[in-house]
Design a protein around this ligand. Structure first.
Ligand SMILES: *Cc1c(COP(=O)(O)O)cnc(C)c1O
Length: 398
């Protein structure tokens, strides 16, 4: 294996992936953001400020919980859950939003915009914008607005404006395009809080850094509880932020197996899934070069997953690079497997996971029984399932 480089080059390349595929009008904004982020991360005052809000407002550190009953039921490795579901707003997304809103403040920008699919990133962004007294506009596809009416109302309660996007499929991809258009027009006053380790440089690197608190804590916590590192870490991969956040601080620990789980949907056929590494190919989408679900003409394919947060045609570029280097393995779980895992964790541990996180639980249900009892697995429980209960109730009758 080549030596692992944890930083991209100056244009944001992770090997052949990543980069800055944006219109000229956005280049200066991205360069300004890159330069300010570079200053901020070396500034102990910024770090203290971010740590303060992560602790006092978001609720860090999150617990590393030994899932005793899940472990017993599966009959293999010891399973720990990294409880990102316990954070304010119910998922890991607040980690990144707090980092970026503090950066926006340093840049003197008083207006925040963001895209959202299911609404989780929109709610986390609206939350930090309210707390810092900033104007906030969230772009959301009209189809998603209808599916996630409660989150739309939540964002409005938090004082944000939610703008429906009626182009194309009227879902996440179109919402990102609209947010980029807004940014192009209002770049002097506005910061765009992108929600995952995706898009143009510096976002994949910056979002990863803001989410790496997950892995740093997990490392410290497992050493304190077990006196050694885990044998495997499992996380779901949408754009790739919760997974890269827990994986990154373990990259140099070669004996720790890192496994990313994508959305297998109804099966690996065009239009039925969102497993970019199982059915995708190299392409460019919304600012970055990476694995993309596309047809042979380069048209973006439809995607499907029972979990809206994993339902996107591209994966973060650093994941593509770490897969080439064989440092992270990628697999997928289907809708049915995720739904079974959703119920299993609820029944065995009294924890209802987000449907996204249930994909990581589903893979662990296959993996742990094949491991030895003295081995250890950590699941990154990226979010809680309250938001998904109504949807599951329509699929699963109890
Ligand atoms: C958004 C979301 C995801 C997927 O996004 P990543 O950037 O891949 O982490 C996963 N889990 C939850 C709970 C989410 O809200």
């Amino acid at each position: 294996m080549q030596k692992l480089k944890s930083q991209p080059d100056k244009q944001g390349h992770f090997g052949p992936y990543g980069g800055m595929f944006v219109p000229e009008t956005l280049m200066s904004a991205l360069q300004e953001l890159t330069a300010e982020y570079d200053r901020a991360r070396k500034d102990s005052k910024f770090k203290r400020e971010l740590d303060y809000y992560l602790r006092e407002y978001a609720g860090r550190p999150t617990r590393l919980y030994f899932a005793e009953r899940l472990t017993r039921e599966l009959g293999g490795a010891k399973i720990y859950l990294k409880r990102e579901d316990m954070l304010h707003t119910g998922a890991h997304k607040i980690n990144n939003c707090l980092g970026q809103v503090l950066l926006a403040r340093r840049l003197g920008k008083r207006r925040i915009i963001a895209e959202t699919g299911a609404g989780q990133h929109g709610v986390a962004t609206a939350t930090v914008a309210a707390m810092f007294g900033m104007e906030c506009v969230i772009y959301m596809g009209e189809v998603d607005m209808a599916r996630q009416a409660l989150n739309v109302y939540r964002m409005r309660l938090l004082g944000s404006k939610v703008v429906g996007v009626s182009a194309g499929q009227r879902t996440l991809k179109e919402a990102i395009s609209e947010a980029m258009r807004d940014w192009t027009t209002n770049v002097r006053t506005t910061h765009y809080i992108l929600g995952s380790a995706l898009g143009s440089h510096p976002y994949p690197m910056m979002v990863r850094d803001f989410q790496s608190c997950i892995g740093r804590e997990a490392r410290r916590q497992i050493l304190a509880k077990e006196g050694r590192l885990p044998d495997a870490i499992v996380a779901c991969v949408g754009g790739g932020s919760n997974s890269i956040g827990i994986f990154h601080p373990f990259l140099a620990d070669k004996k720790v197996q890192l496994i990313g789980v994508e959305a297998g949907g109804r099966g690996i056929r065009p239009g039925d899934h969102a497993a970019r590494f199982a059915g995708g190919s190299l392409g460019v989408l919304q600012g970055t070069r990476t694995y993309v679900l596309q047809n042979t003409d380069g048209q973006i394919e439809l995607t499907h997953s029972v979990s809206a947060g994993l339902d996107y045609a591209a994966v973060g570029p650093e994941h593509a690079w770490l897969r080439d280097l064989k440092r992270i393995e990628y697999t997928y779980a289907t809708d049915d497997e995720a739904l079974r895992a959703f119920r299993f964790l609820a029944e065995k541990e009294g924890i209802i996971p987000a449907l996204e996180s249930a994909h990581a639980v589903a893979h662990t249900m296959k993996l742990a029984p094949k491991m030895k009892k003295r081995q250890i697995v950590i699941i990154n429980l990226s979010g809680r399932g309250d938001k998904d209960v109504q949807q599951v109730a329509e699929i699963v009758k109890l």
